[in-house]
Design a binder for this molecule. Structure first.
Ligand code: AMP
Ligand code: MG
Length: 318
């Protein structure tokens, strides 16, 4: 583990040499490899035990680098780039020939974004290549929002972990396919749908479930703790004495009803709740409870992405 401020040059050299670097972004920690190098990209799938059909997101240091990678940028994509990059918005574009098919799981499209995090952009710029980076966790498990989560989950499979502290958004990027007549949201994420609509007008929201060819990675069961999780109201079980944990949105329940409690945002701020979501789930997962009850949050703004993650986490157990 290296501090993000001082470890950039060393980490960039590792990327150029075909190694794996975990680094902070504003969403979650990414597990990066040189996106031009098929063997380096293959190491990502191996380290995460990620199925080869689940495509990676390619990260650039700057929006100005996009035309150099893909050529002409479609106007609808350019409008979103102009408005939201750097930031938690991933866009679907045609895969250029320099990006090996393993990065996109054989799709002829590619997901790409510019993270809004200085260390990430400095790393990608210093490496001098586009960086393929999914979340730095084992496939299907809780996303990492701290360097410690990366080390605990992936350990020796990563060559360097850059520690930039807890991530600001705490939830993955919103994925949008803007190539058709109306933008389609393929994954709910840190950029609220409302912000997209305000910028470009109506969008279709179609966060995929498993089997959708355009987004094979938006699987129904994902983002899961090891402890069984259900989404529901914060009602204690009727006296069975089990050790249950509660993920509450804003209200702390009566003491004694739960073996462990995490409150996402006492002030009822969904942005704060998103930033704390995975960290709170990591803690509940380590608390030795037999079940986690997660309260849904208001289904607006980034709350929609939080509820989406909770549903997918719960789906693992049903
Ligand atoms: P992760 O980086 O782990 O958050 O996962 C990246 C996700 O991006 C994948 O699971 C897919 O859902 C999505 N994705 C990546 N490439 C594409 C693509 N070419 N078309 C549609 N979705 C994609
Ligand atoms: Mg992921």
């Amino acid at each position: 583990m290296l501090p993000a401020e001082s470890g950039i040059a060393e980490a960039a050299a590792v990327l150029r040499a075909g190694g794996l670097v975990a680094f902070p972004t504003e969403t979650v920690y990414g597990l990066g490899a040189n996106a031009l190098d098929a063997r380096a990209a293959a190491r990502i799938f191996e380290a995460k035990a990620r199925p080869s059909f689940d495509p990676l997101i390619t990260h650039l240091a700057d929006a100005a680098d996009l035309p150099g990678l893909i050529g002409a940028v479609p106007p609808a994509v350019a409008a979103l780039v102009e408005r939201f990059w750097p930031g938690p918005l991933t866009l679907i574009v045609d895969r250029p020939a320099v990006i090996p098919p393993i990065v996109t799981s054989g799709l002829d499209t590619m997901a790409v974004r510019v993270p809004d995090e200085a260390a990430a952009r400095a790393l990608i710029a210093a490496a001098g290549v586009p960086v393929a980076a999914p979340s730095a966790n084992r496939f299907g498990q809780l996303s990492p929002t701290r360097a410690e989560h990366v080390v605990a989950g992936l350990g020796g499979a990563v060559d360097v972990v850059l520690d930039g502290g807890p991530t600001r958004c705490g939830i993955e990027s919103t994925i949008v396919d803007a190539r058709g007549p109306q933008p389609v949201v393929l994954r709910l994420g840190a950029l609220p749908v409302e912000a997209l609509v305000e910028a470009v007008g109506p969008v279709t929201v179609r966060p995929g479930s498993s089997g959708q060819p355009v987004a094979p990675g938006t699987l129904a069961a994902h983002y899961a703790p090891r402890t069984p999780l259900i989404v529901g109201a914060a009602e204690p079980a009727a006296g069975d004495g089990g050790r249950r944990g509660l993920l509450a949105y804003r209200q702390t329940p009566a003491v004694g009803d739960w073996a462990a409690v995490e409150v996402l945002s006492p002030e009822g701020d969904l942005t704060v709740a998103a930033a704390r979501l995975f960290d709170a789930l990591h803690r509940l997962d380590a608390a030795g409870v037999t079940e986690i009850v997660a309260e849904p949050v208001p289904d607006v703004g980034v709350g929609r992405a939080i509820n989406d993650r909770l549903r997918r986490a719960a789906a693992t157990w049903h």
